[in-house]
Design a protein around this ligand. Structure first.
Ligand code: GLU
Length: 478
């Protein structure tokens, strides 16, 4: 049973890399019958904001990954951290250091000049038989932890394998500042312990923090959790993912018309695989996910894959669900008696809910302009003539279903020696303004006879000129 956590610092929105880490933690906890916990790491008062916390929680709600515990806020746990600091001072594993900022800077400059890694030199570290300097006045001491001065700090990472850090890479780092505020690596270890975390899954940008956190666990004789450090998500060129590549706020994906299950499916595959399977429902993820199979190398963001997955989930969503999603974009088909026909027709061609909305709008709304390129390509001298003849056919036939329309349209095309696009594209342009709409038979069926005839007549009357449309039918533009 794994107890996992996601511990964002609320310095901005939730980024998709963060959501992927959270997803892996969530899946692993749920798969093993454990718990997934959220902790807000908001100790850096200058950089944190309440809005960011709200944005992070909103994103979790959207994707449906709630915390199994009351959300912990580090800013509210200072008292708890203090008891652990006192414990360490009491058992001799931490000590007060009175080195002034200036002295520390001088030490650093010297080490840098000697091409050494800057590290605390142990001036105030108590050792048997060592006399410490006199305590200076007017200096609030920081608290430093006693880190091992030799040997190796070792742990087995579930993704990267055995990791070894030379003890001299970790100095006696500060665990509480002069003002008493505890520091980052200290509180992370304390919280993970108190929250009962068994498996820490996080980005490998935190790998270098792990030896420090292990020093804290050991100094307090606490059990060390398992670690899984996940490689970063890169852009297709192998560089750090930028905003332009898709490193956006998770909620921006909602605004762009992505479904949460598509985003989660996309993210689970960015860094983890199960054979060559691409589509994973949440249940399948829960069944198959194991952090031990997380890829060792960085993954690469692929927006086409995301669109492909999103179109899959749109296609397979119920019309009711899609109608709900469309309401976020200001379209509600409740009350439209062709709701199901429209959604069934349009959902097959949309990569995003935005695109779905645009396709539906294109059918439901009278066109206010005709797409220029389409007009250039498909409207020829005899087009109006052909359309007039086709209008007659529409008038004289009774029809309801697309198949009925097909049954008199096909012979018309053949008898007139037309190619299908020569009739269909002008009709599409007349009915929707563009050439990208779904099947003509379906649109004609949805619009009904009167509206279809009206739109085609208008297009003929304007000779497919958008300007003339405005001149002749000013009412459309009110
Ligand atoms: N607060 C850290 C971050 O937002 C995560 C710390 C951790 O997972 O240990 O990057």
């Amino acid at each position: 049973m794994a107890i996992t956590r996601f511990a964002p610092s609320p310095t901005g929105y939730l980024h998709i890399g963060g959501l992927r880490t959270a997803l892996y933690s969530y899946l692993w906890a749920k798969k093993t019958g454990g718990e997934f916990k959220l902790r807000i790491e908001d100790t850096d008062m200058a950089r944190n904001s309440e809005d960011a916390v709200k944005a992070i929680l909103e994103a979790f709600e959207w994707v449906g990954m709630p915390s199994d515990c009351v959300i912990e806020y580090q800013s509210k746990r200072t008292g708890i951290y203090k008891t652990f600091i006192d414990k360490l001072l009491g058992n001799g594993n931490a000590y007060k250091c009175y080195m002034s900022k200036e002295e520390l800077q001088t030490l650093r400059d010297k080490q840098e000049a000697n091409k050494e890694t800057p590290r605390y030199d142990g001036t105030w570290r108590p050792e048997t038989g060592k006399t410490l300097p006199d305590i200076p006045e007017n200096i609030e001491p920081v608290i430093r932890i006693k880190a091992p001065s030799k040997g190796v700090i070792e742990f087995t990472d579930g993704v990267k394998g055995v990791m070894k850090f030379d003890a001299n890479q970790v100095d006696d780092f500060v665990i509480a500042r002069g003002n008493g505020m505890p520091t980052y690596n200290f509180v992370v270890a304390i919280d993970d312990h108190l929250m009962g975390i068994t498996d820490v899954i996080r980005g490998d940008d935190h790998l270098s923090n792990t030896p420090k956190q292990i020093v804290v666990y050991k100094a307090l004789e606490l059990e060390i959790p398992k670690f899984f450090h996940i490689p970063m998500i890169n852009n297709p060129q192998g560089k750090k993912l930028s905003k332009r590549d898709g490193a956006m706020d998770v909620m921006e994906y909602k605004r762009l018309g992505y479904l949460p299950e598509a985003l989660l499916n996309f993210l689970v595959r960015l860094g983890w695989s199960n054979g060559d399977q691409e589509i994973f429902s949440i249940n399948e993820m829960l069944e198959l996910f194991n952090p031990s199979n997380i890829n060792k190398s960085a993954s690469s963001y692929n927006s086409e894959k995301l669109n492909w997955l999103n179109s899959h989930y749109i296609k397979t969503s119920s019309n009711e669900r899609l109608n709900q999603e469309l309401q976020f974009f200001g379209l509600n088909l409740d009350g439209n008696n062709k709701k199901d026909v429209i959604l069934t027709l349009c959902k097959d061609r949309a990569n995003t809910i935005n695109e779905l909305k645009n396709t539906i709008d294109g059918i439901l709304n009278t066109p206010k302009k005709y797409e220029e390129n389409g007009v250039k390509k498909f409207i020829k001298e005899n087009t109006s003539n052909t359309l007039e003849n086709y209008l007659e056919l529409l008038q004289n036939n009774n029809y309801d279903a697309p198949e009925e329309i097909e049954s008199f349209t096909k012979p018309f095309v053949n008898e007139n020696g037309l190619k299908f696009p020569e009739l269909f594209q002008p009709i599409r342009i007349s009915l929707t303004g563009g050439t990208e709409a779904p099947s003509v038979y379906d649109i004609i069926a949805i619009l009904g006879k009167d509206e279809t005839i009206k739109r085609i007549k208008r297009a003929i009357a304007c000779d497919f000129h958008s300007d003339k449309l405005q001149e002749k039918y000013p009412d459309l533009f009110l």
